[in-house]
Ligand binder design. Structure first.
Ligand code: CO
Ligand code: CO
Ligand code: CO
Length: 347
């Protein structure tokens, strides 16, 4: 009998579409409609779109769905939901409603299996306080599952990629390595405990981290993104470009999933290789191990939030996150970008 991950033709890159392809498609594309209520759209490579409803309320819009990355359907559903909700948290918003997006092969998994995917997703939405309103299903050679999510945010408290300032401290709220561990599992190279750690991280909502950060004084969080398919370096590059800064990461401070460093060399997903090709405005210091460089390019599923934080508040914020059980760490800082300097620096 086919396993759930057999319905995906790639292991470890949940989204097969690569940054280079996306650039080509979006090049020169104009907004469909000009409207001064659009606060954030696709042109700034942010996590989600934001549309102002009224003076004190804006809509956060996002969508995410992908092929199975684990064989347990209930866990796959949970990961898909946590991942789809994450872009709302990354904008400083609170998710409210969701629509399921489902693709199923003609001779796909049994109805009981599909029901378990839905149950995993629904349980995660319930945990987040999000109402499932409906959905849409199509036939497709691969299984795909996820959600379109809407959330709410105060227009003055949107976290975009553009606000990072020199001197800010960078805080990451989840360990790196999900793509590498998932791919290793596909080829029988990971242990059960390594996979279990990756799953625990992927099913964890970014809600607690976002709520704690949002409770800081306005202006403390200067920029935020979640770490997903483009890896730490790719999403950090988006922040650096949007805010015209350089992001510097201390490789020894980056939290890693257990076993991911040992698995890195043999198990980088193809999305990681395309991230290496695409996000090349990167400088790597002599003390950075090759495994760490790979982990920084690893496509993450349901990865953590990366905050750029006012320096005077950073240590306290890390303490608050850790006290709440969020595996957060200060992992670097932001510098002014001179001409010819890299977008991201790994030291
Ligand atoms: Co995102
Ligand atoms: Co996304
Ligand atoms: Co791939």
């Amino acid at each position: 009998m086919k396993k759930l991950t057999d319905y995906a033709d790639c292991a470890g890159c949940a989204s097969k579409f690569q940054a280079a392809d996306l650039d080509l498609i979006m090049e020169g594309l104009q907004p469909a409609h000009v409207d001064d209520r659009i606060l954030v759209d696709f042109r700034t490579s942010d996590d989600a779109g934001v549309y102002r409803w009224s003076a004190d309320s804006a809509l956060v819009h996002t969508v995410d769905f992908f092929t199975p990355i684990v064989d347990d359907p209930y866990i796959y559903g949970q990961i898909a939901a946590a991942n789809a909700l994450s872009d709302v948290y990354a904008m400083g918003g609170e998710p409210r409603t969701a629509l399921a997006i489902v693709a199923l092969p003609k001779d796909g998994p049994a109805p009981e299996t599909v029901r378990e995917i839905f149950r995993g997703g629904s349980d995660k939405l319930r945990e987040a306080g999000v109402a499932l309103l409906g959905g849409h299903t199509v036939t497709d050679p691969e299984v795909k599952f996820g959600y379109a999510v809407t959330g709410q945010v105060h227009p003055a408290r949107v976290w975009t990629n553009a606000g990072a300032r020199p001197g800010d401290v960078l805080i990451l709220t989840k360990p790196l390595g999900t793509g590498i561990v998932v791919r290793a599992t596909k080829f029988g190279r990971s242990t059960d405990t390594q996979l279990a750690s990756a799953i625990t991280s992927m099913v964890t909502l970014n809600s607690a981290a976002a709520a704690i950060a949002a409770s800081e004084t306005a202006g403390t969080i200067r920029a935020c993104t979640d770490i997903t398919g483009f890896g730490l370096i790719g999403h950090a590059t988006e922040v650096a470009v949007a805010s015209r800064t350089t992001l510097v990461f201390n490789s020894s401070q980056l939290p890693l999933l257990p076993g991911s460093a040992e698995l890195a060399a043999l198990n980088l997903p193809c999305g990681g290789r395309s991230n290496i090709r695409h996000f090349d405005q990167l400088s790597v210091g002599p003390d950075v191990t090759p495994e760490l460089s790979l982990l920084c390019m690893d496509p993450q599923t349901s990865g953590g939030l990366l905050f750029s934080v006012a320096p005077e508040s950073a240590a306290r914020l890390v303490d608050r996150l850790v006290a709440a059980g969020v595996p957060a760490a200060a992992v670097g800082h932001v510098e002014a970008r001179g001409s010819g300097t890299s977008f991201v620096s790994l030291v």
